[in-house]
Design a protein around this ligand. Structure first.
Ligand SMILES: *Cc1c(COP(=O)(O)O)cnc(C)c1O
Length: 484
């Protein structure tokens, strides 16, 4: 059970005159601010800052931090988002002054080490994806999707082709159709079968010479590897279209299958998922994209290049590039963490990461499917989607009730109601970094919850500082000031 200490804001804890630091008495004559600065830059009132001692501030933030659930404190089986352990060596590397304290306008000659790391990172990501050109520029997975679709649009424009259609399966992440719309395409949804695979009849009915891009997540969001991947890629290519791989599920196939080999022309990575960067709560990410040789000229700038004499530079002069989508050269803090993770594991280690992620997911699947049906669930890749539909029909207990009740037992809630193709979806991704004991404990608790009194579940969680906030209202109408 969790504590519910101190949820007052710093402003409520404030007492006039409290300070963390006492300054010595001023030894020069005091002068009013108005005599030093023009009136136009002075505020009418001093800022309303809270006044507290240092221990009070430390306690406040440390106590707040213990009210959070994180990968460092709890099992976090959040499907699709790959919440794995963040090795602390990544943090040490990212905090090194040559990485952490670099000014974005530092001259290239002064940041050769950082540029070398970024150059190597481009190479590693290309090698893992089987796609030869890479840009580290985009700021997150969804931003990578947008970048790649703009690359596709620039490619077709350059060839004088007008293609307006992006196809995506109904199990796709919401960012796929959103990115397509932002890049100026019309999205057409392709049905998937009960097995989770793309419905080839529906795919063929919607495929025509107007196709620009087929966006696919593989393994897909129900945790299966698309059995018709090659057929889909061949037929899209025969029409002159491109395949985009949503790389959020790369944790299942590192060193096992390369998207470039199974037909992808472009893909994004989520280094904050696959390569163990901390994320959540809207925290930092990155969205590097890799593409084929034919698409390389259109990549967002800059690309890190290496000269024949071994000097590293940022290439800002790519005439066909889609340009910049953000400031500077990328979220380097996240990229340094991912680089450290890749180097620490090496090629064989990365393959073992995926093998263990798939093994852990299948182990959990085999324990859970007996009491919570998994519609696509004989075998899975790195995640699977259980359905609470029966439980809802028989006991009135929803997927949300189950997820919220897990919090009382010290487990982070899994992803629920995604993908939309599974009723009362509960999407579970254990990742490779969990032990058998943790997986057993989770399966046991989940089973116990399905047997509990529905009344107890409707009002869960019971042990957290607040129970069920209105999530939609909290997102749409955030209260950002302490007095309103
Ligand atoms: C997380 C995710 C994305 C979006 O990635 P962000 O880094 O969160 O922008 C896209 N598709 C899938 C399947 C995802 O899980």
């Amino acid at each position: 059970m969790r504590n519910t200490r101190d949820t007052k804001s710093l402003f409520e804890l404030s007492k006039p005159g409290r300070r963390a630091t006492l300054l010595p008495k001023c030894d020069v004559p005091a002068r009013p601010l108005g005599s030093l600065l023009p009136a136009s830059v002075l505020a009418d009132l001093p800022p309303q800052l809270p006044e507290l001692s240092e221990p009070a501030v430390v306690r406040h933030f440390v106590n707040l931090s213990t009210q959070n659930m994180s990968v460092d404190t709890h099992f976090y089986p959040l499907g699709s988002c790959t919440m794995k352990h963040n090795p602390k060596r990544n943090e040490r590397a990212a905090a090194m002054p040559g990485f952490g304290d670099v000014h974005p306008y530092a001259p290239e000659a002064a940041i050769q080490g950082l540029l070398e790391l970024l150059y190597d990172m481009q190479q590693y990501l290309s090698e893992i994806s089987g796609l030869p050109a890479c840009s580290l520029h985009p700021a997150a997975g969804a931003h990578g999707e947008l970048a790649a679709l703009l690359v596709a649009a620039a490619y077709f424009r350059d060839r004088g082709e007008k293609r307006t259609k992006v196809l995506a399966p109904d199990s796709a992440h919401g960012t796929n159709p959103a990115s397509a719309a932002m890049a100026g395409f019309d999205t057409v949804t392709v049905k998937t079968l009960k097995t989770g695979a793309v419905d080839l009849d529906d795919f063929r009915a919607k495929l025509d010479d107007n196709i620009a891009v087929f966006m696919i997540t593989n393994p897909n969001t129900v945790g299966i590897f698309e059995p018709s991947m090659k057929i889909i890629a061949d037929e899209v290519h025969a029409r002159g279209g491109l395949i985009y791989l949503d790389g959020a599920n790369m944790n299942a196939i590192l060193g096992v299958a390369r998207p470039g080999d199974f037909g992808a022309d472009m893909q994004h990575y989520n280094p904050h998922k696959t390569f163990s960067g901390p994320h959540g709560g809207g925290g930092p990410g990155a969205g590097p994209i890799c593409v084929t040789e034919a698409l390389a000229p259109y990549l967002p700038m800059p690309i890190v290049r290496k000269s024949s004499s071994g000097q590293f530079s940022l290439d800002f002069s790519m005439p066909k590039s889609i340009g910049h989508l953000r400031a500077f050269f990328g979220n380097t803090g996240v990229l340094v963490r991912a680089y450290t993770y890749i180097r620490a594991h090496g090629p064989d280690g990365l393959r073992r990461v995926s093998e263990h992620a798939v093994l852990n997911a299948n182990y959990l699947l085999s324990k859970i499917k007996h009491f919570l049906p998994v519609p696509q669930g004989e075998r899975c890749m790195h995640e699977f989607v259980a359905s609470g539909a029966d439980l809802k029909a028989t006991k009135g207990v929803s997927a949300m009730d189950l997820a919220k009740r897990l919090l009382d037992y010290g487990f982070h809630a899994p992803t629920v109601y995604f993908p939309l193709t599974v009723k009362e979806a509960i999407m579970i991704e254990p990742t490779e970094s969990e032990s058998k004991e943790t997986l057993d404990a989770f399966a046991e608790v989940l089973f116990r919850i399905t047997e509990e009194d529905p009344e107890l579940l409707h009002e869960a969680p019971h042990s957290t500082p607040i129970s069920r906030p209105n999530e939609v209202q909290a997102a749409r109408e955030p209260v950002l000031s302490w007095k309103s």
